[in-house]
Write a protein that binds this ligand. Structure first.
Ligand code: C2O
Ligand code: CU
Ligand code: CU
Length: 543
């Protein structure tokens, strides 16, 4: 079917002014715009893409000397400036918010974080293999008005990492109100891929930060979880991408790269690209810790909070005016604990948010239930190109997980009396319940004990590989590789892995690094309400 469409589209292209893409000339401009497509009332807003300034503007990380966390006025909805929080960077007369930082493997970061919020703040470089001093552990949070110095080299392989606040108990609110940005690391393999497929950040290589939000009538993000929402996670009534509500993206008929980050506090997405009723194949080329060895063709993938998915979407055989939707298909959210938890019910509609009595807040829409179908973005083919290169069959040199060691360390995820726990414990700042020996390889067996709900399990300071997934629910088994039980989102180097109720997931972690002395990192659930509620433990890597 796709081939038939391609033939038709190719001849349509010939008639409509064909643009030949010349291979090996990455500086070649995109083809001239065709007459603009009519505006779509359902998705009326052009996606915000990283440019040279403003929201998500691209900056060489080595050129950044200071980052300020502060309240800003920024138009989120209908052009009216909203009160949100952002990381602000001034650079050569330009102002950037939540800049998309970019650096090479081996590059250096040397900057001052200035916390211009009233509350404590600290930046965590999610996925970075840095020492504890630079990790943004909540222990290092500084009060409003204070600064923190970061100085580290970047040992990570190329990948789409991110940075976000990590003060204990407040991370969820600060991320929700606007603070989070991408940190893109590049190396020779990554640059080769960019050349091969003419991938240019913000043009044909598009980061998509997916975040559900509740905005009041003026577009201000409102973080006011009820007790039940602190337990389940705070869901929004709409989904923003790159802080754009109901976005569209006009594209040329060629290969596009999307770097997806689930930056939502708690919502899980079952991502698909859909043309009419037909699900499109897309190539997953990378996950949290960068490129896979080779592309994996799939039609859907789950993405839980903090996970990244690097995909190529091949639009070469589409016609002018074709619309492809990025959507989340329905799934069973498996919030099995609903019936077991004492206290308030589960829907926002039943409860006025605490501490926010103004009418704008109480007029909030009810959230979209987790697992409901959501159309996230419309991708509209507005230009024809004929573009030669196809997705390469080899992407990166990939060292497979170290061999299994005999005795896994068991990590349990459960809840008692409405409190989420790891190994039966909750966060205590001065306790380090997990101690591992530096330079050792461990297998962790993570068990999500039912009745439960899905937990995106995250480790600071190290990447790992998922080696097996067992006892998965049907909607996971259906898309899993039968022998290992792994889905595409488990491939490659990971820093966050989704564990569904009842599942047992094994990961292999190599705790070697170059930092002297004991280093204290952490493990936690990346459902932000779970994390802030204490589903988080210190992890000591003993020298
Ligand atoms: Cu993105 Cu401690 O987390
Ligand atoms: Cu992290
Ligand atoms: Cu959780």
């Amino acid at each position: 079917m796709i081939l038939a469409a391609g033939t038709a589209a190719a001849s349509a292209g010939l008639a409509g002014g064909l643009w030949w893409w010349q291979r090996g000339r990455p500086e070649a401009p995109l083809p001239p715009p065709e007459p603009p497509l009519p505006s779509d009332p359902a998705f009326p807003n052009a996606l915000r893409v990283p440019g040279t300034d403003g929201m998500y503007g691209v900056l060489d990380a080595q050129a950044v000397t200071s980052i300020v966390a502060r309240p800003v006025r920024y138009p989120l909805l209908n052009g009216s400036p909203a009160g949100m929080l952002a990381y602000e960077v001034e650079h050569r007369g330009r102002t950037l918010y939540n800049p998309t930082l970019r650096a090479r493997t081996g590059g250096h970061v040397n900057l001052t974080f200035w916390n211009a919020l009233d509350d404590p703040g600290i930046i965590h470089w999610h996925g970075f293999k840095v020492d504890s001093n630079n990790d943004g552990h909540p222990h290092y949070a500084v009060p409003g008005g204070a600064t923190y110095e970061y100085q580290f080299g970047i040992p990570n392989r190329a990948g789409t990492y991110w940075y976000h606040p990590h003060p204990h108990g407040l991370s969820g609110e600060q991320i929700y109100r606007g603070m989070a940005g991408l940190f893109i690391v590049e190396d020779a393999e990554e640059l080769a891929l960019q050349r091969e497929l003419d991938l240019r950040l913000g043009v044909t290589d598009i980061p998509l930060i997916v975040q559900d939000r509740r905005l009041d009538a003026d577009g201000n993000p409102v973080f006011a979880p009820t007790g039940a929402e602190r337990f389940h996670g705070y869901l929004g009534d709409q989904v923003l991408i790159n802080h754009t509500p109901r976005p569209y993206l006009d594209v040329a008929s060629r290969i596009f790269r999307f770097r997806l980050l689930n930056g939502s506090n708690s919502r899980i997405y079952r991502l698909v690209f859909r043309h009419g009723e037909r699900l499109l194949d897309f190539a997953v080329i990378g996950t949290d810790g960068g490129l896979l060895e080779r592309p994996h063709m799939v039609q859907e993938a789950f993405l839980s909070p903090a996970e990244r998915l690097d995909v190529l979407l091949d639009l070469r055989y589409f016609r002018l005016g074709d619309v492809v939707s990025l959507a989340s298909l329905p799934f069973d959210p498996m919030h099995q604990v609903a019936a077991h938890v004492p206290g308030p019910g589960n829907t926002h509609a039943q409860h006025a948010p605490r501490g926010h009595q103004d009418s704008a807040v109480t007029a909030l829409e009810a959230p979209i239930p987790e697992g409901a179908e959501i159309e996230l973005m419309r991708i509209r083919v507005s230009r024809r190109t004929i573009y030669g290169p196809r997705v390469p069959s080899h992407l990166s040199r990939f060292e497979p997980a170290p061999p299994e060691v005999p005795r896994p360390r068991v990590i349990t995820l459960d809840q008692k009396n409405g409190v989420w726990r790891i190994n039966g414990l909750t966060y205590v700042g001065h306790e380090t319940p997990i101690v591992v020996k530096r330079d050792t390889i461990e297998i962790w067996e993570i068990r999500n004990l039912p009745p439960s709900m899905p937990h995106p399990f995250h480790i600071h300071g190290f990447l790992f590989q998922v080696t097996s997934r067992a006892n998965s629910p049907e909607h996971v088994r259906r898309i899993a590789e039968p022998k290992s039980g792994l889905t595409v989102a488990d491939r490659g180097w990971k820093d966050t892995v989704l564990v569904w109720p009842g599942e047992t997931v094994r990961i292999s972690i190599d705790f070697s690094h170059t930092y002297l002395g004991d280093q204290v990192y952490m493990v936690h659930c990346h459902n932000m309400e779970h994390e802030d509620g204490g589903m988080m433990l210190n992890l000591k890597v003993a020298a």
